[in-house]
Design a protein around this ligand. Structure first.
Ligand code: C5P
Length: 317
């Protein structure tokens, strides 16, 4: 039986603007998504029984249909029933390194890896855009996670335009292990509080998305100007999450006062906060300093860097 091992990187949001409502109940977004070098490892094996099985070394990760990776395998089985019956079932083993429920797309990147891996296991020959389209039905961040890199994402988050790659910028991530923020709650609360400022017509939505394409942070990315990128970080969801979760606000404030930190922001709907730095040495120093200032065992800190890729194959047998 064949098997593949894939690496599935997390993401951060360098920019997240909520620009309107959508008829499907989601929000119209303009985001800049960035892959980072913190990744889970996913092993996929064909098995002789026609079932989907998930194993994960993290006790809080569900191993049933509540796991997005399970849903990804199920989607492939229903979309490609002949291949499913020819190749048999799938066993998925997830080695978790990305903190869960963190705003880092951990579940989405696992699902993207399952789509890419099953495409290989079953020799389907799907294109990147076909994989992204399948991913969109699983979650808004899944399409981005397929190819990763540095990307503008609009619509629900599934319409992707690549930007020049950024890979020499270092990141410190900070997250309280026991703190979880519901993404649905964050968007709902934002709508309740700020929904009256949403753009109402499609023409203006398109104009706003185009303005983001040509706006400050995108220019800074084209210029590869790290300090400028860091100054232009933005996340509308901070407006609701920072006031409801003082611990997240505290991480933002402590990061902002550390030497070498060029900019700091919450990722996605949180609760992870990240800081951008020029060098690994500076990032390690900030990590140590954070630990000193907040000696809480519940606080997880990671040093990582931006990366240029999404799902990659590590090995196949
Ligand atoms: O697409 P995904 O399942 O990751 O989204 C999680 C939740 O985030 C959705 O149920 C929705 O409440 C909210 N969301 C949204 N608009 C988006 C993306 C997500 O309202 N564009």
């Amino acid at each position: 039986m064949r098997s593949y091992t894939l690496t599935a990187p997390a993401k951060i949001n360098l920019y997240l603007e909520i620009i309107g409502d959508r008829p499907d109940g989601y929000h119209e977004l303009a985001m800049i998504l960035q892959s980072i070098d913190l990744a889970d490892q996913i092993e996929l094996h064909s098995i002789s029984t026609d079932s989907i099985r998930i194993y994960c070394d993290h006790p809080q990760v569900p191993t049933d249909e509540n796991n997005l990776a399970y849903q990804a395998a199920e989607l492939m089985a229903t979309q490609f029933p002949e291949a499913f019956s020819k190749h048999g079932g799938i066993e998925i083993t997830i080695n978790k390194h990305i903190p869960i429920a963190a705003g880092l797309a951990g579940g989405s990147t696992n699902a993207a890896a399952v789509l890419v891996g099953i495409d290989l296991l079953w020799n389907l020959g799907l294109t990147q855009s076909e994989l992204e389209e399948l991913g969109a039905s699983l979650g808004s961040d899944v399409p981005f996670c397929v190819a990763g890199g540095t990307v503008i994402a609009t619509g629900r988050g599934e319409q992707l335009s690549p930007l020049p790659n950024l890979d020499n910028i270092y990141i410190v991530l900070a997250k309280y292990r026991s703190l979880e923020v519901s993404t649905a709650w964050a968007y709902k609360t934002y709508r309740q509080q700020f929904g009256n400022s949403y753009i109402r017509n499609t023409k203006d939505l398109a104009a706003r998305a185009a303005a983001v394409h040509s706006g400050g942070i995108v220019k800074a990315i084209f210029a590869k100007n790290t300090a400028e990128i860091a100054q232009k970080l933005h996340n509308d969801l901070e407006r609701v999450v920072l006031s409801a979760y003082p611990q997240v606000l505290q991480l933002r404030e402590v990061f902002a006062t550390q030497e070498g930190v060029l900019g700091t922001m919450m990722s996605g709907s949180g609760p992870t906060v990240f800081a951008l730095l020029e060098s690994e040495q500076q990032a390690q120093a900030v990590k140590l300093k954070m630990r000193e200032i907040i000696p809480d065992e519940d606080l997880e800190l990671f040093v990582t860097r931006m990366t240029t890729h999404g799902i990659q194959i590590v090995s196949s047998v």
